[in-house]
Design a protein around this ligand. Structure first.
Ligand SMILES: O=C(O)CCC(=O)C(=O)O
Ligand SMILES: [Fe+2]
Length: 293
């Protein structure tokens, strides 16, 4: 970073740059590897209003999208499960059919396909009913580097989501920032002397990723938004959208949701065919473990 550039950045942000900058662990993804709606050359007139919202903001918000009779069976099942953090396993949908049925709600799968441009499959669910407190990140960096935004997640509200529970926060338009790269984050983490060969690297690296993202946001004069919601509302977000589970102003306050993550079926060569299962509506989910079991 040149001296003049750092000085100019400081004038814009009003603060000294952090030692590690956003550019140190991100890179623009190869244009030809991206889904159609992420490419720079695209006539906006060919887009539906929902696709245009996606392209502009990196989210699609669907109010009152899932009827109560679809959310009800999972809410009942989840209420009966005492742990506020929900199921520990990200693939708990495998053994909780009510969760799978909600996450794979066909009209939701249809929207995902319209945004990403191919059939999507479910491979991760977060079932906590309190904020995850995960600081700013883009989900793509948690996946193999070839995924390149053929990925999306859905935040399904299952009750009133109020401002003090630590709601989902995102930076509209940040899906056009360079893409955070897991291998670059792990390399920097290693250089700082921390353990990188465990599953906690996304969390242990927050000490440098968070200030870098906060600084980048100031530099770009962008502001975060919060997803306040009611049961049945859904927010679909881009794999490159900067987001976080914000800190709760009332610690431990309930935040009922199901968070479901999906990848494009043609962009996960690492998830072999024998692990993919179709549900009764023909929607695909990944069944981890012994395929014969
Ligand atoms: O707690 C939240 O709302 C955010 C969770 C998150 O980052 C994710 O599911 O990718
Ligand atoms: Fe995330």
């Amino acid at each position: 970073m040149g001296f003049i550039k750092s000085f100019a950045d400081r004038l814009v942000t009003g603060q000294k740059a952090p030692a590690i900058r956003y550019a140190d662990f991100s890179a623009p993804p190869p244009e030809e590897a991206l889904p159609r709606l992420d490419r720079s050359a695209l006539a906006n007139s060919t887009l539906t209003p929902e696709q245009a919202e996606w392209r502009r903001d990196g989210v699609l918000i669907l109010r009152n999208f899932i009827p109560d009779e679809i959310t009800e069976p999972y809410i009942k099942r989840r209420e009966a499960y005492e742990r506020p953090g929900g199921w520990v396993e990200g693939h708990s949908y495998q053994f909780v059919p009510e969760m799978r049925q909600l996450a794979l709600y066909p009209p939701l799968m249809e929207k995902l396909e319209l945004l990403i441009g191919e059939e999507m499959m479910l491979h991760l669910c977060l079932t906590n009913w309190v904020t995850s407190q995960r600081a700013w990140h883009q989900d793509d960096y948690l996946n193999p580097s070839f995924v390149n935004c053929w990925y999306a997640a859905a935040w399904i509200a299952l009750g009133d989501i109020e401002a003090d529970c630590g709601p989902f926060e995102y930076i509209p338009g940040s899906h056009r920032w360079p893409l955070m790269r897991g291998e670059m984050v792990r390399e920097l983490l290693g250089k700082s002397g921390k353990e990188v060969h465990d599953l906690h690297w996304p969390k242990t690296s927050e000490f440098f990723t968070t200030p870098a993202v906060e600084y980048e946001m100031k530099l770009r004069r962008m502001k975060p938004k919060t997803f306040l919601a009611k049961r049945g509302d859904v927010l679909i977000w881009h794999a490159r959208l900067m987001h976080q589970g914000s800190l709760a102003r009332i610690p431990g306050k309930q935040r009922r949701s199901l968070i479901a993550h999906f990848s494009g079926v043609n962009h996960r060569p690492d998830i072999l065919e024998q692990f993919r299962v179709r549900d009764e509506n023909g929607q695909t989910y990944v069944r981890f473990g012994d395929p014969a079991a």
